[in-house]
Structures are given as structure tokens and as C-alpha cells.
Design a protein around this ligand. Structure first.
Ligand SMILES: [Fe+2]
Ligand SMILES: [Fe+2]
Length: 361
């Protein structure tokens, strides 16, 4: 399994760090992920990340979605299946951004020191901006009009079962517990593990990588591509804040390691099931998909689990625990894939990949 890249070229890091919103249109998502690895390795302080936030600020109002709207209309009928698959992913992100905007403020208030509170204040603004970005995109491109409130209401029932376990359940519960007792450091650590590690470090980073990869391969939605790459760069700061906060918690008090481990294990299965989404039937089978647009479920599984474990490693957790996360995570995906076949009475796309490369299976 690959881990943090050590050989990241400084010019790649510099280009991602300093790109304007317009320049982000030409930045490849893999380069943003290389920059994230570099940042992860350098363990930035909350104030380092705050300074990045000042330099990397962007405005949703600068984006022009007119070409995107044309592309979306052009896909109607011809690429209907892809349109549906893309819209489902957009919806999960839109709802996800709203959920994290609404739950962060108790964590800002309960942060254990002033530097962390200053950084988390910037994150709160970022999450609000991401929600507004999706609201504009849904309004002007997808055609879900009527403003933020109506749009969220219209797409609310388009989630997957496991999404509700984490976003409507644990994320709300743990941040409410922080609100009720902001002096309880262990609860704050549990909220960071949920929010910054599982929701952002595992789920958002995985969704972003594959979504931006597909949009780039299709050569469509330039406004979305620039804005969502800016979102990914914001997430890089958020996730790195979380990793450092957990590293400090673990270094201060060994018992916090157990708090982190228990929370990861509690959320691992639903997190894997959000990505695998067994209750949602794919509308486009891999056989009907052009080779450059096919996404292997094995690749998604490995990416999501590696995304989580490499951050847990930097946070100071043991190799034994990380191996257990990978083993249990892989088994959770296997169960979700076989549930998919039971629910829909069709082969899961993994079968296609098993035939292509039997060593995967
Ligand atoms: Fe966000
Ligand atoms: Fe975020």
C-alpha cells in the first residue's frame, strides 16, 4: 500500500499553493493530493494553516457557470446515465457541505487553545462558502432553483442509507455533546476524529478525487472544476488541522489514543458503506463505460482506506491498529458489495474488474 509521497516536486506544491481561482482550472487533482501529502508531512501549525487561508481565499461570485450550464444541457439524453451518476455525487457533496457548516461552531468554541480557535474560525467560513458554491451550481447548472433552502429540500431524499448514520446521526450527536460540555476534551477529540478524519480525510477526499477525475476526463464543467478544486485545497488545510490536533491529543495523553481508535472503529463500517452505497443501483455498467471513465471499486476502496490510515499514522497511532483498520475496512466493502447483489439481484461492478484482473478478487 502506498503511503505519503516523499518525492513531491517543489514546483508542484508551489503551483497548487499559489494558484488563483482561474489557474485552478488547469491544476490536476492528483497534484492537489501531492500537495496534501507534502503538507501532511510538514505538520503545519494552526497558525501556518491560518496564513495559508489568507493567501488562498477565493470567491464563489468569481465563477462563471454559463459554459457548465450548456454542457449539462448537452448531456441530456445522450449521456443521461452519466448525468444521473454525477448528479447523485454532487447531491451528496451539497448536503455534506451543509451538514459540516451546521455542526462546526461548537467545535470552534470548545477548541483547547486560541490558535486552534483561530484556525477553526476560518474553516467555518470555508464550509459556508462550499455550501454557497454548491447552491449556485445547483441553481445555475443542475436547474434546481429557488435558493439554498428549497434546493436542499428537493435533494434531501437522494442520499444513501449509511450517509444518514454518519451525517444525520454521529456528526450531529458528537458536536451536540461538545456544545453541551465544551470543557470535555475527550469529546472534542471524538468530534475531530469524526469530522476531520472520517468525514473529511476519508470520505470527502475520496469523493473529490474521483469526481474531479471524471469531470476532467469528460472535459466538461469548467466553472465547477475550478471551484471544486478550490474546495479540495481548502479541505487540505482542514484535514491537516485535524491530524495535528489528534497528534497533540495523543502526545498529551495516551488515553486519547484509545478515544481516537474507538471512534474510528465505530464509524469505519458506515463510512465504507457511504462510499460503496449498496442501496443505490448504478445506472451505467462498466461494460457500457468508455475505458478512460471506468472507476475500479478496488481502486476506490484502496484509496479511501489509505487516505484514512496514512493520516492516522501521522497522528501517532500504532501500525497494529492501522493494519486492523485496513483489514476491517476491506471486509466492510466486501459485505457492502455482496449486499448490493442481494438488494438488486445483479452483479456488482466488481465482477467486471475481477474478470479484467483476477488477482484483485
Ligand atoms: Fe467543505
Ligand atoms: Fe472541510
Amino acid at each position: 500500500m502506498t503511503d505519503i509521497r516523499n518525492d513531491v516536486a517543489p514546483e508542484v506544491v508551489g503551483r497548487v499553493e499559489n494558484a488563483t481561482l482561474a489557474e485552478l482550472r488547469d491544476v490536476h487533482i492528483d497534484d492537489v493530493y501531492l500537495q496534501m501529502d507534502w503538507l501532511l508531512k510538514s505538520r503545519p501549525t494552526p497558525i501556518d494553516l491560518y496564513h495559508r487561508w489568507e493567501n488562498q481565499n477565493w470567491s464563489t461570485q468569481e465563477l462563471d457557470f454559463s459554459e457548465d450550464a450548456q454542457h449539462w444541457r448537452d448531456m441530456e439524453g445522450i449521456f443521461e446515465g452519466f448525468r444521473t451518476e454525477l448528479q447523485r455525487t454532487f447531491t451528496l457533496f451539497f448536503l455534506g457541505e451543509q451538514a459540516v457548516t451546521d455542526t462546526l461552531s461548537p467545535m470552534v468554541h470548545a477548541a483547547p487553545d486560541e490558535d486552534s480557535r483561530i484556525f477553526l474560525s476560518t474553516q467555518l467560513v470555508d464550509e459556508a462558502r462550499h455550501t454557497v458554491f454548491f447552491s449556485r451550481f445547483f441553481n445555475e447548472v443542475i436547474g434546481v432553483t429557488g435558493g439554498l433552502h428549497e434546493a436542499l429540500g428537493l435533494v434531501r431524499d437522494q442520499t444513501v442509507e449509511a450517509y444518514q448514520v454518519i451525517f444525520d446521526g454521529e456528526l450531529v450527536d458528537v458536536t451536540e455533546a461538545v456544545r453541551l460540555d465544551p470543557s470535555d476534551y475527550a469529546t472534542w477529540v471524538r468530534s475531530i476524529t469524526t469530522y476531520h478524519l472520517i468525514v473529511e480525510g476519508m470520505l470527502a477526499l475520496t469523493g473529490q478525487k474521483f469526481l474531479l477525475g471524471i469531470v476532467r476526463e469528460l472535459g466538461i464543467l469548467p466553472g465547477f472544476y475550478s471551484g471544486f478544486t478550490a474546495v479540495a485545497r481548502d479541505e487540505s488545510r482542514h484535514v491537516n488541522f485535524g491530524v495535528r490536533a489528534l497528534l497533540e491529543a495523543h502526545a498529551k495523553d495516551r488515553a486519547m489514543g484509545t478515544v481516537i481508535e474507538d471512534q474510528v472503529m465505530k464509524l469505519l463500517e458506515p463510512a465504507c458503506r457511504i462510499v460503496a452505497a449498496p442501496d443505490r443501483r448504478f445506472v451505467v455498467e462498466p461494460e457500457e463505460t468508455p475505458p478512460n471513465l471506468r472507476i475500479s471499486p478496488y481502486e476506490v476502496r484502496a484509496f479511501s482506506l489509505n487516505s484514512l490510515t496514512k493520516r492516522l499514522r501521522v497522528a501517532g497511532l500504532s501500525e497494529v491498529f492501522l493494519e486492523e483498520v485496513t483489514k476491517r475496512g476491506e471486509a466492510a466493502y466486501d459485505r457492502a458489495w455482496s449486499d448490493y447483489e442481494d438488494i438488486h439481484s445483479v452483479d456488482h461492478p466488481r465482477r467486471f474488474w475481477d474478470r479484467m484482473a483476477p488477482t484483485n478478487a
